[in-house]
Design a protein around this ligand. Structure first.
Ligand code: VAH
Length: 315
């Protein structure tokens, strides 16, 4: 069976759907700390799980014959800055526990998301390479950088088949904006459809690497299905699709909503965005396991604007 930890989050909500259609609802267990958030998963098994409860997690893995874990629970960048020690504790303790559990229970595969947040202010900003200086200055970024080091360590020392991707900002319409610095790009679509004025918490020319959720799901499943010997990087793969600024995503929406208005009021999240790259070089992912993205900004905006209204009505 496949266990998804943090299934009700932005990535988990869509990855659970994809894994269920791939493996069947009987073989997927969606877990989250929030019981109410699990109600939408009426197509697979579910269980309330606090990843900080190691014994409960171990029991679930044993009782449900879990062989793969997608560990998605984490505190994101903006929220993490408001509660640094809690964010570090949850992000790091949970990963270390899962890696050790995978070693002890001889699990088949582990998936753990990293992020462009591992890069810092003195990382090359354009076409950021797979290997480069990484001095993240957010708790979230520090936890992702340390986590990558532990993933590679458990692979090299204990043969744990853990795989990871450095996601750019992920944009999807099936979950509400969360505590991410890139989540302005989720919220903007909701405001456009509601006919409201959008206030961007990042400046108009803040370019950031981004990706539409279907591409992120495809990359995750492509990586997890790749033969072991093709997964040459066991820290975490750079992954790239599109880069855009708040002005550019606004312009792509305005084509469909001519009356849509934006204004810019940068807040503390501007400094986080400024510490991250403008664009990413993901040659290694493309060469090692055939990654290529499908959605550009125009296609993403068309897809979200045509699906979000109905989605909001039904959920
Ligand atoms: C965040 N969405 O903003 C996440 C992501 C690259 C950004 O890690 O914290």
């Amino acid at each position: 069976r496949i266990l998804i930890i943090g299934a009700a989050g932005q990535l988990g909500s869509e990855l659970t759907l994809a894994l269920t259609s791939q493996y069947g609802g009987e073989n997927v267990i969606a877990t989250d700390i929030n019981p109410k958030a699990l109600e939408k998963f009426d197509y697979c098994k579910t269980a309330v799980l606090d990843i900080m409860d190691h014994e409960a997690t171990r029991q679930l893995v044993k009782n449900e014959n879990v062989k793969q874990i997608y560990h998605l629970a984490a505190v994101l960048s903006a929220t993490g800055e408001k509660n640094p020690l809690f964010a570090w504790g949850l992000n790091m303790d949970s990963l270390l526990f899962i890696l050790e559990l995978a070693k002890q229970e001889k699990l088949d595969k582990i998936y753990w998301p990293s992020s462009i947040a591992v890069f810092g202010p003195n990382t090359p900003k354009v076409n950021t390479p797979q290997y480069c200086v990484k001095e993240p200055n957010t708790v979230y970024g520090i936890s992702k950088q340390a986590g990558e080091r532990w993933c590679e360590y458990y692979f090299q020392k204990s043969g744990v088949d853990v795989r990871s991707l450095r996601y750019p900002g992920l944009i999807g319409y099936k979950s509400l904006p969360g505590g991410g610095t890139t989540d302005y790009a989720v919220d903007i679509y909701h405001k456009a459809i509601a006919g409201e004025h959008f206030v961007s918490f990042l400046g108009e020319d803040s370019f950031l690497p981004m990706m539409y959720m279907p591409d992120a799901i495809k990359a995750t499943l492509d990586l997890m299905h790749a033969p072991k010997e093709q997964v040459k990087i066991r820290s975490s793969y750079n992954l790239s699709a599109i880069s855009f600024s708040p002005k550019e995503i606004y312009e792509s929406i305005k084509i469909h909503h001519p009356d849509f208005r934006i204004s810019y009021e940068p807040d503390f999240r501007q400094a986080i965005a400024d510490s991250w790259p403008d664009s990413i070089d993901d040659t290694s992912a493309r060469e090692d396991w055939g990654w290529k993205h499908e959605y550009d900004l125009k296609k993403m905006t068309e897809d979200i604007l045509s699906n979000l209204p109905a989605y909001l009505v039904n959920f």
